[in-house]
Design a protein around this ligand. Structure first.
Ligand code: ZN
Length: 339
């Protein structure tokens, strides 16, 4: 299978990965795109394969040592069939709503809840790690805060604690519109680009204890590249951004939807979708101390929505496998130990 192509629907996914053998072939093609190379003796040549359904072992014909297809991935030492792992990874990386372990167990047809829980837990581990690089640079960044409802444990039904969340999102111009706008000498500024010409680039979300100046400016400093254009409303907490080296563009929105649509269209759209996701999937009932993990997962999926293949490989832990070993690693056997 061509690793650049990626199924865009569940039926298509099941056609590409109908069984464990298809999954094995995929793992092998990612790890050894130019054919099997023994991790022990570096012999380049067809290995022996074993026909049994559960075997993920390839045996070198030169040294007769085994190499595991799942070593170093989340599937390593798991008794769950590869096809279940693949399907699970597809669901967590492409379905907009996050999956609960129970939904997951039903969709995957697993008999044990614990198995579904463990798979989900392992796949999500990579998604909830915060992304460290900064956004912005050549793209303007919109920043705004909102309140997300959370359930407070032990306070009973209907008692909700609202949590402050701050969001930063890059604003990009669609390529064809960019060309057209450039012809008019009207790229990002100097005119009012229509909302439909824009799309959201990378996203950053953080739970914040309050909306103080120190807290909101720290969020921008941690997440947005210095010198970027940063657009906010007229909230005074953002006032220091200019002295911190940002090109700060603030606008008093005064509750006007037209002004909000012109000045902060993307961040408002993202916040609105985030609230819908939390209310819809989790019924608004995310304990506030779990909220950051959910935000990270949302952000992870959002930032890879145009690269589902990357997200899929990454949650399964097979992305790093496409980096070929050096000859030194090959001959010392370090590659085998590293994976
Ligand atoms: Zn060998």
């Amino acid at each position: 299978m061509d690793p650049r192509g990626f199924p865009t629907s569940l039926p298509e996914f099941q056609k590409v990965f109908p069984d464990d053998n298809a999954c094995k072939e995929y793992l092998e093609s990612i790890r050894w795109p130019d054919g099997f190379i023994c991790p022990i003796c570096a012999n380049h040549g067809e290995p022996w394969r074993f026909g049994t359904r559960s075997s993920t072992v390839l045996r070198c014909r030169a040294c007769r040592k085994n190499a595991s297809l799942t070593a170093g991935t989340v599937m390593q030492s798991s008794h769950t069939p590869l096809s279940v792992w693949f399907w699970a990874a597809y669901l967590v990386t492409t379905q907009t709503p996050g999956q609960s372990a129970l939904q997951f167990q039903r969709q995957l047809g697993l008999s044990r809840y614990e198995t579904a829980f463990q798979i989900l837990h392992k796949l999500r581990a990579g998604m909830v790690r915060p992304e460290r690089d900064t956004i912005g640079g050549e793209y303007p960044v919109e920043v705004d805060e909102c309140l997300i409802g959370g359930k407070t444990r032990g306070k009973g039904r209907g008692v909700h604690q609202m949590t402050n969340v701050i969001a930063a999102v890059e604003v990009r111009l669609r390529k064809d519109d960019e060309d057209r706008a450039a012809k008019r000498g009207n790229k990002h500024e100097g005119g009012k680009p229509l909302k439909r010409m824009l799309y959201a680039g990378r996203l950053r979300l953080r739970v914040i204890p309050n909306r103080s100046t120190a807290v909101v400016t720290k969020f921008v400093e941690d997440n947005v590249t210095a010198d970027s254009i940063v657009r906010t409303d007229a909230f005074p907490g953002y006032a220091p951004l200019k002295s911190l080296g940002y090109i700060h563009q603030s606008m008093a929105l005064n509750g006007s939807p037209e002004k909000a649509d012109t000045h902060l269209p993307m961040v408002h759209l993202v916040i609105s979708n985030l609230k819908t996701w939390i209310m819809g999937t989790h019924h608004g009932a995310i304990a506030h101390y779990h909220l950051q993990a959910y935000l990270n997962e949302y952000q992870y999926r959002f930032n890879r929505r145009f690269y589902p293949m990357t997200a899929f490989n990454s949650v399964l832990g097979i992305a790093a496998r496409s980096i070929p070993p050096t000859y030194d690693q090959l001959y010392s056997g370090a590659w085998a130990h590293a994976t």
